[in-house]
Design a protein around this ligand. Structure first.
Ligand code: FAD
Length: 382
């Protein structure tokens, strides 16, 4: 293993691989360390939905800019990432949600997004299988350019492009320590030896908390189990992702015909509990059939679990932390790290290469948690 590099990235998910590509493209000597195989964390377990409809300006901006990057990524990386833009339809169940939705839509429109509040007739037209009464919707918001991509294909495309530009991606290499001298990084310690470096990017998903603790930095991240399932293939029925924050449900139909979706468990505790539950299967099936009764004969073929890396305001932690020069965060995505990754990693790369900082990096830095009045992201399937 190389003993010295400019930048070490910890974590081989979508963010680590995208960072490796972008930095290597700028001729930065970069090494990515992944304790298992690429995509073995949240990235390989996610729905890979891509949504630009957010309540906070930073998330909306990151997502809108990311979609622009996703739209040309096949060409840029010379690979197929499986992007499908069928839209996101967010159910609105009462007047309070309607008010919040109108506020969000105004913000999103001010950032240039094509999005609108629609009534029951329009909902039915866009997703004919929905039972408007059963789902208890009074309206919805709809953005036609939202969608999803294939998380494995996208990560692999970044990883291959990174390697073509000279990045070293070292799998089955676990980071066990970070050493610093005064306030600067000296080296990263792994189960396969030490690597001298002055810059470390912590992109280890929920395990970013343990990584930061290696140099006494406290990240307010909690792992939260999330469950998800996929059904057998059925004929094409609808294109958008349907989502409700009240019911905590989301579901879409994949290109191959499978229905993919999840639902939150209101009693879920923080921690690393990897077993799938029967409660999830039952709760998901009951709620899904309330939304789309005609799916009642469709068989579930697989369910699995993964973790969100939750922060107190459900927004990512980005950029250099105060007190340790060269230690950058790219974590705390709270369930949205796939869709935000293109723009997040672009901003971090610009910071490392040119020292260019931005309002988003500033507003999403670790420092914000000292402010008791931080704005929380409201649009989260928690
Ligand atoms: C069920 C579910 C559904 C989701 N749906 C969506 C969605 O629709 N849209 C969306 O945008 N996001 C979604 N997410 C969230 C998304 O999966 C994550 O935010 C995103 O994949 C995070 O990517 P990452 O690269 O930051 O981290 P990860 O993919 O978690 O990668 C971190 C990597 O770090 C490695 N690592 C940890 N510790 C060490 C160590 N000590 N040394 C070396 N390597 C280490 C891990 O093995 C892992 O591979 C979902 C998540 C789940 C669980």
């Amino acid at each position: 293993m190389t003993k010295k590099t400019d930048v070490v990235i910890i974590g081989g998910g979508i963010n680590g691989c995208s960072l490796a590509y972008q930095l290597a493209k700028q001729d930065i000597d970069v090494m990515l360390l992944e304790r298992q195989h690429l995509c073995s964390g949240g990235t390989g377990r996610c729905g890979a939905g891509i949504r630009q409809q957010w309540s906070t300006k930073e998330n909306a901006e990151l997502a809108i800019q990311s979609v622009k990057i996703f739209e040309q990524l096949d060409k840029e990386l010379n690979a197929e990432i499986g992007l499908r833009q069928g839209g996101y339809l967010i159910a609105i169940h009462d007047e309070k949600e309607l008010k919040q939705a109108e506020k969000n839509v105004a913000l999103q429109k001010s950032l240039g997004l094509q999005v609108s509040v629609i009534g029951p007739d329009e909902i039915q037209k866009i997703v004919p299988i929905l039972d408007i009464k059963g789902m208890r919707a009074i309206a919805a918001t709809f953005c036609p350019t939202d969608g999803h991509a294939d998380p494995f294909k996208t990560t692999d495309a970044y990883a291959q492009a990174a390697r073509r530009h000279g990045a070293k991606l070292q799998t089955y290499t676990k980071v066990t320590g970070i050493k610093k001298k005064k306030n600067t990084i000296e080296c990263v310690v792994t189960n396969k030896g030490k690597i001298k470096t002055s810059t470390v990017i912590n992109a280890a998903g929920p395990h970013s908390k343990e990584i930061a603790e290696m140099i006494n930095i406290k990240l307010p991240i909690k792992p939260l189990r999330k469950e998800i399932l996929v059904t057998e293939r059925v004929q094409p029925l609808f294109k958008p992702m349907v989502i409700s924050f009240t019911d905590g449900i989301y579901f879409s139909q994949q290109e191959g015909g499978q229905i993919l979706g999840g639902i939150s468990n209101p009693n879920e505790k923080n921690g690393y509990f990897s077993d799938p539950t029967f409660f999830f299967l039952q709760h998901m099936a009951q709620t899904l059939l309330r939304y789309a009764p005609s799916l009642n004969t469709v068989n579930v073929i697989r369910q699995w679990t993964g973790y969100y890396d939750m922060t107190p305001d459900a927004r990512p932690i980005l950029g250099e932390v105060k007190g340790v020069s060269g230690f950058l965060q790219c974590n705390g995505f709270s369930g949205h790290g796939f869709m935000l990754s293109p723009m997040v990693t672009k901003l971090l790369t610009e910071y490392i290469v040119d020292g260019k900082t931005s309002e988003i990096l500033h507003n999403l830095s670790l420092d914000r948690f000292t402010d008791k009045n931080i704005e929380k992201e409201a649009y989260v399937v928690g």
